[in-house]
Design a protein around this ligand. Sequence first.
Ligand SMILES: [Zn+2]
Ligand SMILES: [Zn+2]
Length: 409
Amino acid sequence: MTLIALAVPFFLLALIAELAIDRFRRTGYYRSNDAINSLSAGILSESTGYFTKVVQYTIWGLVLSNFALFDIQRSWFDASVSGIALWVLAAVLWDFCYYWSHRLGHEVSILWAAHAVHHQSEEYNLSTALRQTSSSFIFSWIFYVPLFLIGFPTDVLITVGALNLIYQFWVHTQHIRRLGVLDRILVTPSNHRVHHAQNQAYIDKNYGGIFILWDRLFGTFAEEADDEPVIFGVRKPLANWNPIWANFQVYDYLLFDAQHTRRWQDKIGVWFRRTGWRPADVAEAYPKSPVDLDTFQKFDPQISSTRRAYVMMQFAVVIISALLISASFATQGAAAIFVPCLLLWTQLYTLGLLNEDRLYAARFELVRLAIIVPIGLFAMDESFLTMTPLLWVFVAFYVLGSALWLRKN
Ligand SMILES: [Zn+2]
Ligand SMILES: [Zn+2]
């Protein structure tokens, strides 16, 4: 089991604790629709990762076995002083690579298209931390290749990479304000709030993962100012609750510009130039309205309380399904979980529709409920057929109970 999978129960407990504090203090940092969308993006990222992460592992493995400069032994990373020093060195170097991966993830259009998902939430809480992209597998592994070229063992690097990501979880909160000297050395809630801002003063700042020192060194640091409250989100809002589309939105903008510009240099430039750059002919023919943060309104369609309760119940099913799929992946591999993942992704999509209060949302949800058993029977054959009678009763109860509940709201 990976370190991140082990951390998931702690993430969920911390999230519930922060939600309770939010309700107790009446701070209003959580909205169920936004939190569900962020967690849906996280679940999508994790579950697509079962099929896509093989790309980075394969390439890293090839680099390490064919081009490594030093023969660094895994046994050197033990509990001795020199072993711990090596672990720290690997973690610091990983963080340095993360800084550049993250910085270019904002500054280069095609990399921003992948990373933007993490920034689409207009709230800022622990659920935002789990809001991760599903397409970073295309490019982000490149930034860590130098570490494999040096010759660090794969499992050491994967461990420090996971710890780097786990560290970043706690900084996604508004309940911790300033931390004095820590704000000067580490990435802290205050520093990272700045990073999630769309305020002009805060744009493209604070890229660090664990250490904020990189930002201070390379001129990308900005301090949270009391007279500049952070407005969270991106300047081209997602404006829907579809976690799948969240992963395509910026690619779609870039594709539009690439298709409509005349010069072939610009068709390529659209993808690889600085984020926000547009070819002159496209910018003239299809101008974008300027951003006015004074009139900024969060995307927040209202739904009935019974509909919200239905969505919450289904989201609990999503979390249980995602955990079961994670356990199946660990024991049976990717092929065995492909169909369950398809069903999971369909459910994430329909929950988005329900939260948007689309006219056809309930019909779409009924179709989803209706296909669970046939798909299970035809596509999952053995694993579905060999379920115990108790599980069959549970599935029947879930499908029929959900359909009846849905008709009532
Ligand atoms: Zn970022
Ligand atoms: Zn973040």
